[in-house]
Design a protein. Structure first.
Length: 283
C-alpha cells in the first residue's frame, strides 16, 4: 500500500507504554527507591532532584521503548485511519448520515474499555460504548506468522473492518441488531452477528474502493493480501485450526468464502446501497 507522505491521523490513543508515569520514565523503580532513601536519610532534596533529572538514567534503562519497526507500524496505522476518516467523511452524507472520527487505541497485552477489560486474545475490536477501536499490535504478528496473512494491506483491512463497525453504529445498524439479538435465541443471534460482520467486511471494501480512487493507494498484490486475510480469519478456518472441526451454527463472523465475497463486493462497487447483508438471502 502506498502511504508514505500521506496524512497521519491524530485520533490515536497510544497506550502501549501505559503504567510508566512520565516523570519517572528512565529512572526505574530501583533508582526511585534509592533516591527516596537518600532523601530520607540525608534530607538532601538535591539527591531526589538529581536522580529525577538525569542521574537515574544509568540506573535502569527504559526497555519499553518501541522498536523502529513498531513505530513504522504505528505510523502506517495512523495513515490508514486518516484515509478512513477522509473517505467516510465524504461518503456518509450521501446516505444521510454524518461521520464522527473514532479514536484508535493502540495497546499491547491488555486494555480497559467501556466494553470491559480486554486481553489481546480477543483480537481487534470496536466498542460502541466509547466509539473507540482497540488494536493490540501483537495481533499483527499473529496474523502474519500463525494465521498466514502477511502484508500491510492485510493490516489495513483489519483497521477498515473495525472502522466499518463504527460506520454501522453511525447509520443505526448496530443498535437495531443488538436490540433484535435480545429477542431471539442463540442460533438466530449468531446469524445476525454473521450478517453484521460480513457488512463490516463489505464496508472495509467500500473504503478501499474510495481510498484507491482518491490517491491510488493500492499496489500490486494488495487486494490479494486483504482477501487472503479475510479468508484466514473466517470462522470455518479458525474453527478448523483450533478444534479440528467446523460447527456452522456457532459462527459469528461468516465463512472464509463469505468474508472474501463481501469485501470484494464493497471494493468493486464502492456503494453503500449494495451492502445490505441483512436482506441478502444468499450470503
Ligand atoms: Zn468485526
Amino acid at each position: 500500500m502506498q502511504w508514505r507522505g500521506s496524512r497521519l491521523s491524530t485520533n490515536v490513543d497510544d497506550r502501549r507504554r501505559l503504567g510508566i508515569p512520565g516523570g519517572f520514565k528512565g529512572l526505574g523503580a530501583v533508582g526511585l527507591v534509592v533516591a527516596l532513601a537518600v532523601f530520607w536519610l540525608t534530607g538532601d532534596p538535591g539527591a531526589l532532584v538529581g536522580a529525577l533529572g538525569n542521574g537515574g538514567r544509568s540506573v535502569s534503562a527504559d526497555t519499553s521503548e518501541p522498536s523502529a519497526t513498531e513505530e513504522e507500524l504505528a505510523n502506517f496505522l495512523r495513515s490508514v485511519l486518516a484515509s478512513t476518516e477522509d473517505v467516510w467523511t465524504e461518503q456518509l452524507p450521501r446516505y444521510g448520515a454524518e461521520y464522527r472520527d473514532p479514536t484508535l487505541v493502540l495497546f499491547r497485552g491488555a486494555v480497559d474499555s467501556a466494553c470491559g477489560m480486554a486481553e489481546s486474545a480477543v483480537g481487534p475490536f470496536y466498542c460502541p460504548g466509547d466509539e473507540q477501536l482497540y488494536l493490540d499490535l501483537g495481533f499483527f504478528d499473529e496474523l502474519e506468522s500463525s494465521l498466514g496473512a502477511p502484508g500491510d494491506f492485510a493490516q489495513a483491512y483489519v483497521v477498515a473492518h473495525e472502522v466499518g463497525h463504527h460506520v454501522q453504529r453511525l447509520i443505526g445498524v448496530e443498535e437495531k441488531v443488538r436490540a433484535a439479538q435480545q429477542r431471539v435465541g442463540e442460533p438466530e443471534a449468531n446469524e445476525l452477528s454473521v450478517r453484521m460482520e460480513l457488512q463490516a467486511d463489505f464496508l472495509a471494501g467500500v473504503w478501499a474502493h474510495h481510498a484507491n480512487r482518491a490517491g491510488n493507494v493500492l499496489e500490486a498484490g494488495d487486494v490479494e493480501e486483504a482477501l487472503n486475510a479475510a479468508a484466514k480469519i473466517g470462522d470455518d478456518n479458525l474453527q478448523r485450526r483450533s478444534q479440528g472441526r467446523v460447527v456452522p451454527e456457532s459462527f459469528t463472523h461468516g465463512t472464509s468464502a463469505q468474508r472474501v465475497r463481501w469485501f470484494k463486493k464493497g471494493l468493486e462497487t464502492g456503494d453503500l446501497e449494495q451492502g445490505d447483508t441483512f436482506a441478502a438471502r444468499d450470503l
